[in-house]
Design a protein around this ligand. Sequence first.
Ligand code: FES
Length: 146
Amino acid sequence: MERNEFIKSLGLGVALICTGSCLSSCGGKSDDPAPGGGAVGNKVNIDLNSQLTSVGSFVSTGGVLFVRLATGNATSSFVATQALCPHQGGTLNWVQASNLIQCSLHSSQYNSSGTVLRQPNDGGTTSALKVYSTSITGTTLTATIS
Ligand code: FES
């Protein structure tokens, strides 16, 4: 085989691989839930097979803080709020021992309904958290960001 023929055949193979890869990644509808978690459009998903497996566990992804409040995979077992503090954007964490959400930056606190329990410790003022509606399909928990 001549070098030119080899390069041409190699190029065709690479082109076929790239085309197949692109087509498979573009095959889904834009509103399909992201398998295994992640954000698609205004939907943020969690895979309950691997995340939020115990009461009190929490995860932030796609701008949403998900918290498991109870056992079972019903929507009432979870809460989904904005992931960053309304005061100055600090990271929010669930504190299971106190049953509340706390900001890592100025220690403001919120209950699971998003209501402010304690104002920031820098003398500033925060506001209630956005709480997002949730749904469950199979083992995928979805928050709809409004
Ligand atoms: S950024 Fe959260 S209390 Fe200041």
